[in-house]
Write a protein of this length. Structure first.
Length: 124
């Protein structure tokens, strides 16, 4: 049975406190700004935590397909880092696959889904 509250629930609770009680309850503009920045950082952390395993797996899969590599058996985040390093090496050597830009775009869109989902929807 999982422990409660979960890491995501804790992040959301602190984010909500900063956003609704601290930021909206203070007349100090500097404190309000800092509370909103902290709340936004917690939102990013929560999205990254929720998406980490699936986004690392998706990134590793995209890079494996692009580079023609077999699964390494390493944890997805480690595999994605290793494959990313290999892609960088190939780019520097001028031997990057033709589909590199499209693959990198997909990876960046996945990262933006965690860091700034509004950017992808056009609602900035």
């Amino acid at each position: 049975m999982p422990d409660r509250p979960t890491a995501l629930e804790l992040l959301e609770a602190v984010r909500g406190f900063l956003d609704t009680e601290v930021a909206k309850g203070t007349s100090d503009p500097r404190l309000r700004f800092r509370a909103l920045v902290a709340a936004n950082a917690l939102s990013i952390a929560a999205r990254e935590l929720a998406l980490d395993e699936t986004s690392s797996s998706a990134e590793a899969r995209t890079l494996r397909e692009l580079l023609g590599e077999a699964p390494s058996g390493a944890p997805p985040a480690d595999e994605a880092r290793a494959l990313s390093s290999e892609l960088c090496r190939r780019i520097r050597a001028g031997t990057a696959p033709r589909e590199t830009v499209a693959a990198v775009r997909r990876i960046v869109e996945g990262k933006l889904a965690a860091a700034s989902p509004r950017y992808l929807s056009g609602k900035r």
